[in-house]
Ligand binder design. Structure first.
Ligand SMILES: Nc1nc2c(ncn2[C@@H]2O[C@H](COP(=O)(O)OP(=O)(O)OP(=O)(O)O)[C@@H](O)[C@H]2O)c(=O)[nH]1
Ligand SMILES: [Mg+2]
Ligand SMILES: [Zn+2]
Length: 356
């Protein structure tokens, strides 16, 4: 097996200096543990320690599953992280920082099921996350075999998905997965995203033709799963497809997705251009084109509310995180200056100037 079998492309090769190839080799991250990374060169899988310097960086600058790294020839040290072709991120639970879910993903299967788990507003949240990630999103509706009227779920999903394709499947049945074939090509990377219990690992197992990942029952009361998958992992199937299984997300907080949100909700944006007042809040102003669309049934009130909610949330979270980063930078600068002053007072060699 070679790097190419794990998705190596010119986009990554172009980032290498010739000299680096004398002492380093590229490897793709297949798993992230608390303080270590599992990465493969195609030939060998290496366990690399994630040293302290990485934890001084923002979480999105640390390696994540799907990333390409340069590692030393011995396969012991991470030299650097290569630029990503796509990035899936969200606000971490607890709202402390922007967190990566996966990198260098070609296609994102947003998975939801044809039962009580289905929720149009949550689906819009996932679509917003995907919208500016660099990956192509596909909505996959599972459990068609359990629904009385799966077509009704397909209809609802189409209403919110815009240009994104919607494919309905029974994840337990390989025959029913033919609709996914256009994206399941050798060497492409697909990430499976969705709430717990929607059938992400089941889909992986069926596409693999063997049990690669454990799957678990769902709760009868609300059709949600019990968080069977607990960590992210990249799997290479015999067909050559690379599938990234992700634990069911509990929260998909918006951060850094302003553009994603506006492109997903283009319909509302273009309606508001036709409102009489440019600062129309689509409440009770006269000549409101958005209200008119809701009254005529063209637009769901729910969709408008969710759009406003996601926008507010995104603005708030992005500002909070930017403030936190600035605070940390100011603090780090103070520490460096203090160390410099101390070195001078002690009469030490202080050629090293504090960084601005
Ligand atoms: N009948 C039917 N059952 C399905 C389908 N997809 C998944 N299941 C079942 O749903 C349950 C949950 O599936 P999992 O694959 O474990 O779900 P998951 O999305 O990986 O869940 P987490 O790992 O908890 O995030 C299992 O009992 C599966 O057998 C489907 O399309 N049809
Ligand atoms: Mg799972
Ligand atoms: Zn309006």
């Amino acid at each position: 097996m070679t790097l190419y079998d794990f998705g190596w492309k010119p986009f990554f090769a172009n980032q290498l200096e010739l000299s680096e190839l004398d002492t380093c080799q590229p490897a793709r991250v297949t798993e992230v543990q608390r303080d270590a990374i599992i990465a493969t060169t195609g030939e060998t899988s290496h366990r690399l320690r994630l040293g302290g310097r990485w934890f001084q960086l923002d979480a999105i600058e640390r390696p994540t599953v799907g990333d390409w790294l340069l590692i030393d020839d011995a396969g012991e040290r991470i030299i650097r992280l290569l630029e990503r072709s796509s990035e899936l991120s969200r606000l971490a639970a607890g709202g402390q920082e922007q967190q990566l879910i996966a990198a260098n993903v070609d296609t994102l299967f947003i998975i939801t099921s044809c039962n009580d788990e289905f929720n149009a507003s949550r689906l819009e949240r996932y679509l917003a996350l995907a919208s500016n990630s660099g990956a192509t999103a596909v909505v996959v509706l599972t459990k068609t075999d359990l629904a009385d009227d799966p077509e009704a779920f397909v209809e609802q999903a189409r209403r919110v998905s815009g240009y994104t394709e919607v494919v309905a499947v029974n994840a337990l049945d390989a025959q029913s997965l033919t609709g996914l074939a256009p994206w399941c090509t050798p060497r492409s990377t697909i990430a499976l995203l969705g709430s717990s219990g929607v059938g992400k690992s089941t889909l992986l197992n069926t596409l693999a033709g063997s049990e690669r990942q454990a799957t678990g029952d769902i709760r009868e009361a609300d059709a949600h799963g019990k968080h069977t998958t607990t960590h992210r992992s990249l799997h290479r199937l015999d067909s050559g497809l690379l599938l990234l299984d992700v634990p069911g997300l509990r929260e998909v907080g918006m951060v850094g997705q302003a553009e994603g949100i506006s492109s997903l909700f283009q319909d509302i944006d273009s309606l508001s251009e036709r409102c009489r007042f440019s600062n129309c809040e689509h409440a009770s102003e006269p000549g409101c084109a958005v209200r008119a669309a809701i009254d005529s049934g063209e637009l769901d009130e729910r969709r408008l509310r969710n759009f406003e909610k996601l926008k507010r949330e995104e603005t708030f979270n992005s500002a909070t995180i930017a403030q936190k980063r600035q605070h940390y930078r100011d603090f780090a600068k103070k520490v460096r200056t203090a160390a410099h002053v101390k070195a001078q007072l002690l009469g030490g060699d202080s050629k090293r100037q504090p960084k601005p």
